[in-house]
Write a protein that binds this ligand. Structure first.
Ligand SMILES: *Cc1c(COP(=O)(O)O)cnc(C)c1O
Length: 433
């Protein structure tokens, strides 16, 4: 099936007389006739549902769809994007380990890594992904377990050089974990370019309507856990919590995703709810159409802003002036999503005042009428955000600079309104600053 067909049909194939729409199986439990049936499920010897903390038929159908869309061997839907990143990485490391991550990733994940996972005894090094591999090599240690980056970074919209980053990660014997939230599999399929694990915040374009929080982990099935068993013994050694199950033997190239569910989803309990999976499925059905229009609208807005005298710089890889334009054409030839960011020019009178940049951005945002101020991005409606005072507020000045977040930076998530209305709103707000 082609991509658009998979968006409608993958994961759920109704049989004779069954509902045409994916049913919401709103049940925590599933009934069995024999003790032995349930015992086989608990031993991972039979497939089936027994408790919706581990798996649920509605969630399972959408997991299958997303695995198909990303070209993976399996997927897990989580209760949020943060949970997806956490589970994806915790499936690879434990106390005493280390992760290398790009410094341009989403602020929330920087916090997860640098604060919360640090408390778990896992260290992170944030690196400038644009440095040559020969320089990035020095940040990898014997205990490094993953390289983590975003296909299109939030909010800087930097595009990942997949081939180079996959080579970097693999030369150090670790998987490349890619957050594909902004690109979505319609614009870019990281697994085709060497990513081993893909994560998503499905709360964004995939759900598409700002209805349900969610996340996803997709396993490419390509990383060789047996070859790298010195670094990742848990995949090919018996799991005492499952009567000595050896994941690579029992589940082959799906070892990673089965282990993540069997150990972490079981113990931490952050599977997506059936209701949210249902909303996510509705969003996935129209993903190709929506992504095409986001890209068109954002391109028009980026071109408009780049010519405006009060705008200093526009960051959108769809612009020929973008340093990432070439990478975008290589990896995202259909477009680079609806998210762009730009900085405003401080005039000379105010530039010297402390916090002038933050205030100018705030003033501009407060004058917008159609484009709404919301803590969200990649939504069906146009949204504006000020990263320095919101999503990246907890970061230090150094981390802000490394993430490419300056005080006047405005993040604009271009929605599906008629683009002339979006531009008219930006025009009147810019006229007032
Ligand atoms: C929003 C976001 C997250 C976190 O997702 P939640 O669903 O809000 O937990 C992670 N990565 C990126 C790129 C995001 O935009």
């Amino acid at each position: 099936m082609e991509f658009a067909t998979q968006c409608l049909h993958a994961g759920y194939e109704p049989q004779n007389g069954e509902p045409g729409a994916l049913p919401i199986i709103q049940s925590t439990t599933f009934k069995y006739d024999q003790t032995a049936d349930v015992a086989a499920l608990f031993d991972l010897k039979a497939a089936g549902f027994f408790y919706s903390r581990l798996a649920n038929p509605t969630v399972d159908a959408v997991e299958r769809k997303l695995a198909a869309l990303e070209g993976g061997v399996g997927a897990i839907l989580t209760s949020s994007g943060q949970a997806a990143s956490f589970i994806a990485l915790m499936n690879l490391c434990h106390a005493g380990d280390h992760i290398v991550a790009s410094s341009t990733i989403y602020g929330g994940v920087i916090n997860l890594l640098a604060v919360t996972m640090k408390r778990f005894g896992i260290e992170v090094t944030l690196v400038d992904q644009s440095l040559p591999n020969a320089e990035l090599d020095q940040y990898f240690r014997p205990n490094t377990k993953a390289f983590y980056a975003e296909s299109v970074a939030n909010p800087s919209a930097r595009v990942l050089d997949f081939a180079r980053m996959a080579e970097l990660a693999h030369s150090h014997g670790v998987p490349l974990v890619v957050d594909n939230t902004f690109a979505t599999p319609y614009l870019c399929r990281p697994i085709e370019f060497g990513a081993d694990i893909v994560v998503h915040s499905t709360s964004k374009y995939l759900d598409g309507h700002a209805l349900g929080l969610g996340g996803a982990i997709i396993d490419s099935g390509k990383f060789d856990w047996v070859e790298h068993k010195d670094k990742f013994p848990e995949f090919s050694e018996p799991d005492a919590s499952y009567h000595g199950c050896v994941y690579t033997e029992a589940f082959g190239n799906a070892a990673y995703i089965v282990k993540a569910r069997a150990q972490l989803i079981r113990d931490i309990g952050c599977l997506q709810s059936p209701q949210n999976a249902f909303y996510l499925n509705l969003g996935l059905e129209t993903l190709p159409l929506r992504m095409q229009q986001y890209c068109k609208n954002a391109q028009a807005v980026a071109e408009y802003l780049s010519k405006h005298p009060k705008v200093e710089e526009v960051f959108y890889p769809g612009l020929t002036s973008s340093p990432d334009h070439e990478l975008a054409q290589k990896y995202l030839p259909r477009g680079v999503s609806g998210v762009l960011s730009f900085t405003l020019k401080c005039n000379e009178a105010t530039a010297s005042a402390p916090d002038a940049g933050r205030q100018l951005a705030a003033q501009f945002i407060d004058h917008l009428q159609l484009v709404a101020l919301k803590v969200h991005v990649a939504d069906i409606k146009s949204i504006v955000m000020h990263p320095a005072s919101t999503s990246h507020r907890q970061l230090t000045a150094e981390q802000l600079a490394a993430a490419g977040v300056s005080p006047t930076l405005v993040r604009l998530s271009v929605g599906l309104e008629d683009v002339s209305d979006i531009i008219a709103d930006l025009e009147q707000a810019l006229a007032q600053i």
